[in-house]
Design a protein around this ligand. Structure first.
Ligand SMILES: Cc1cc2nc3c(=O)[nH]c(=O)nc-3n(C[C@H](O)[C@H](O)[C@H](O)COP(=O)(O)OP(=O)(O)OC[C@H]3O[C@@H](n4cnc5c(N)ncnc54)[C@H](O)[C@@H]3O)c2cc1C
Length: 436
């Protein structure tokens, strides 16, 4: 087994860094168990890390960092139930699932996360009939703090399932996960600039009428960029973007040109409002259809920082309006759009969608800009609108003020006490949001 002296670690958004004492890259479950023992013997904590795409310090550690990305690939397929190594990256799935004609039910904006990392923070896409990724997990296998294997499913340790599938990496090291897939499908995508006032007025109707509706709300602009994706059978003839258009829209415009313009706008912030008004018009105005995984996920090379809040779906228009009023009142110039999505209610204990149909509002800042004041003021608006922060995105909440937002919060803490009484998997972020 490889356990090496740790090197400095940084997350994708460059908002967090740490230097683990050791890094372990197990290639088998036995090596995961050995890593837990190694840490215990030295009195060190252990943190699993996925693709480091969380903006919070949820994966940071100065103890032993364990990277399970070599524990990946297919373990078993039974109908549409697929068991995978927990370190499988989402971008591996189309190829792994192709022989079975299966796909993930829904996906977020990118596909570089690991299955364990994505589900552990409540990663979600959009669609009012669909929950986040963790709602599709039917069973998991964990290595516990005691160095034992724990199977959790509807038939084994079933009482732990609503905690274990979305556990912030606080309950153990996931090594295998069974996910309920769906028959592969094609998505028909329509992307348009539309009137902000119309989209806000029709918000609940749009998310009810369309499988996957979302929009980007640009500060200082009267238009928003909408994305409306409709599910079609797998044998629907596809009309994908041509390679040149795909490259130009998704790589050049959405990343290279956007990134360069953000650098320029830092020097001349007065140009931000006219640039945003231009961007929303130049942003994708297109219609195409392709395999679901190619439509759901995009490539992000322009680094940013993000805060995302989940709120009761009907409060989205009021909360978004309050954010735009705040930007105007403060005289801020904000170059990044605000992303607005929806999901179904679910029953996972720490899911941001727990018990309520949910709308999501995500604010972004270019990684070189200081987001502190912007995020702090938006967080105040979100609190006022019953918001719950995404566990993997920047926020300032603590265990005491998160408890009232989650009816099963103390049940989750009881499971943590049972599975990790000595806090082998602790780090400062978990101490802040769950308590010591
Ligand atoms: C560009 C970008 C786009 C994004 N788009 C979306 C989006 O559309 N929707 C959305 O909801 N989120 C989105 N996110 C957030 C992202 O999906 C989450 O932060 C996710 O957790 C990252 O997965 P990861 O594999 O990088 O995990 P990491 O960030 O490395 O880890 C996340 C958590 O998972 C735990 N973990 C990792 N592996 C294991 C394991 N084997 N066992 C137990 N715990 C484990 C870690 O300890 C940590 O607590 C985005 C982030 C970025 C940077």
């Amino acid at each position: 087994m490889t356990i090496e002296t740790g090197r400095p670690w940084k997350n994708w958004g460059r908002s967090e860094s740490s230097t683990p004492a050791f890094v372990s890259r197990p290639t088998s479950v036995d090596e995961v168990i050995e890593t837990v023992r190694f840490a215990r013997e030295r009195g060190l904590t252990v943190r699993p890390v996925g693709a480091s795409h969380s903006f919070t310090g949820i994966a940071a550690t100065d103890g032993v960092q364990i990277d399970v990305s070599a524990i990946d690939g297919l373990i078993a397929v039974d109908g549409n139930m697929v068991t995978l190594g927990a370190g499988t990256h989402l971008h591996q799935l189309p190829e792994l699932l192709a022989p079975y004609g299966l796909a993930l039910q829904n996906m977020g904006d990118i596909n570089v996360q690991t299955l364990a990392g994505a589900t552990s923070t409540g990663t979600h896409g959009t669609g009012s009939a669909f929950g986040g990724l963790a709602t599709q997990i039917r069973a998991v296998t964990l290595v516990t703090a005691a160095g034992e294997l724990l199977h959790v499913s509807r038939t084994e340790n079933a009482e732990l399932l609503p905690a274990a599938v979305l556990g912030l990496g606080a309950l153990g090291i996931l090594v295998a996960m069974q996910i309920e897939c769906v028959q592969a499908f094609v998505l028909h995508a329509v992307e348009r600039p539309e009137s902000a006032a119309t989209v806000l007025a029709e918000w609940e109707q749009r998310i009810a009428e369309h499988d996957h509706f979302e929009f980007y709300s640009w500060p200082h602009a009267e238009l928003v960029s909408t994305k409306t994706n409709t599910r079609m059978p797998a044998d629907t003839p596809r009309k994908p973007l041509g390679p040149v258009q795909e490259w130009f829209d998704n790589r050049v415009m959405a990343n290279t040109v956007f990134g360069a313009s953000l650098e320029m706008l830092r020097v001349v912030p007065a140009m931000i409002p006219p640039m945003n008004r231009l961007s929303v018009k130049l942003e994708a105005n297109r219609e195409f259809s392709d395999y679901s995984w190619d439509v759901f996920s995009t490539v992000r090379t322009t680094r940013f920082r993000e805060m995302e809040y989940a709120l009761p779906v009907e409060l989205v228009p009021a909360a978004l309006t309050a954010i735009h009023d705040l930007i105007a009142a403060k005289g801020w110039r904000i170059s990044f759009p605000i992303e607005v999505r929806a999901s179904a209610a679910d029953d996972l204990w720490l899911s941001t969608g727990h018990g309520r149909a949910t709308g999501y509002i995500a604010a972004h800042r270019f990684w070189k800009d200081d987001p502190t004041e912007y995020f702090r003021e938006i967080e105040a608006i979100m609190r006022h609108h019953e918001g719950r922060p995404h566990w993997g995105k920047m926020h300032g909440r603590t265990a005491d003020d998160l408890r009232p937002a989650y009816p099963r919060f103390d049940d989750f803490l009881a499971v943590r006490d049972r599975l990790d009484p000595d806090r082998l998997f602790a780090n400062p972020y978990l101490s802040r949001v769950l308590g010591a």
